[in-house]
Design a protein around this ligand. Structure first.
Ligand code: DX5
Ligand code: ZN
Length: 230
C-alpha cells in the first residue's frame, strides 16, 4: 500500500527571506509535498516558524496548474495540542508530532483528525515504536527520523533502516493505508536504500535547497527510486 513515492522538500534549508518563491520553485521542480519543520527551542534546541508563516505560504503551495500541494507539518514542539490546532487552522494537510512531547497521544491524534487533517507520529532514532500497538488504526502517517531532530544537514543514521523495516511490517500487518516517511540525511545516493527498507515518502532539505537546480536533484532522486523494483 501507499507505494507511490512522494518527495517532500523541507523548507528548513530554503532561503527564509524568499520563502513563498522557494515553495513555488520547488513545486515547479517536482516536489510532491512541502515539509514544514516547526521547532520551538524547547523540545529541540532550535527555533523556526509558526502557524502564521504556514498560513502565509498556503496560497503558494500549488502546482503551476493550480493543484494544491499538501503541507506536511512536522511539529518538534512540546506541548503539542495548541500548536497542532493552530496549524490545522493555518492550512496544514498533515500534522505529525513526537509522542514523547504529548501527555496524551491518543487525544492529540484525535484532535488533529477532528480538524480534518491527517495525523502522523514521529519516532526519533532512539525512540521505541511501542505506542503504535495502540494507535496504528488511528493514524495516517509514520515518520521515522534518520537524524536527531533540530537541524538540517546532518548525516543519515543507518539504524533507521532497521526501524523503517519494522514500521513497514507494522503498517502491512495493520492493513491500513498509512504513509511511511523518512526524515534526515536523505540524498540521491541513499534514497534507493531507504525505499528498499520500506519507505514511500522522503523528506530532503539540504540535498535539494543546498543546490541551485532543484529539478535536477528531484529528477535524480526519482531516477534512483526507479532503479529498484517495488
Ligand atoms: C530535522 C528536520 C528535517 C531536516 C532535514 O529536525 O526534521 O526535516 O530539515 O534536513 P536534511 O535533509 O538536510 O537532513
Ligand atoms: Zn522534519
Amino acid at each position: 500500500m501507499s507505494k507511490i513515492h512522494r518527495i517532500a522538500p523541507s523548507i528548513l534549508s530554503a532561503d527564509f527571506a524568499r520563502l513563498g518563491e522557494e515553495v513555488k520553485n520547488v513545486i515547479a521542480s517536482g516536489a510532491d509535498w512541502i515539509h514544514f519543520d516547526v521547532m520551538d527551542n524547547h523540545y529541540v534546541p532550535n527555533l523556526t516558524f509558526g502557524p502564521m508563516v504556514c498560513a502565509a505560504l498556503k496560497p503558494h503551495a500549488k502546482t503551476p496548474a493550480g493543484q494544491a500541494v499538501p503541507i506536511d507539518v512536522h511539529l518538534m514542539v512540546q506541548p503539542v495540542d495548541a500548536l497542532a490546532q493552530a496549524f490545522a487552522e493555518a492550512g496544514a494537510d498533515y500534522i505529525s508530532f513526537h509522542p514523547e512531547a504529548s501527555g496524551h497521544v491518543h487525544r492529540s491524534v484525535q484532535a488533529i483528525k477532528a480538524k480534518g487533517c491527517k495525523a502522523g507520529l514521529v519516532f526519533n532514532p532512539a525512540s521505541p515504536m511501542d505506542v503504535l500497538d495502540w494507535v496504528i488504526d488511528d493514524i495516517d502517517l509514520i515518520l521515522i527520523m534518520s537524524v536527531n531532530p533540530g537541524f538540517g544537514g546532518q548525516s543519515f543514521i543507518d539504524s533507521a533502516l532497521r526501524k523503517i523495516e519494522q514500521a513497514r511490517k507494522r503498517i502491512d500487518a495493520s492493513g491500513k493505508d498509512i504513509r511511511l516517511e523518512v526524515d534526515g540525511g536523505i540524498k540521491t545516493d541513499n534514497i534507493a536504500r531507504v525505499a528498499a527498507a520500506g519507505a514511500d515518502t522522503f523528506v530532503a532539505g539540504s540535498a535539494i535547497f543546498g543546490k541551485t537546480d532543484y529539478k535536477a536533484v528531484i529528477d535524480a532522486m526519482r531516477a534512483a527510486l526507479a532503479t529498484r523494483a517495488s
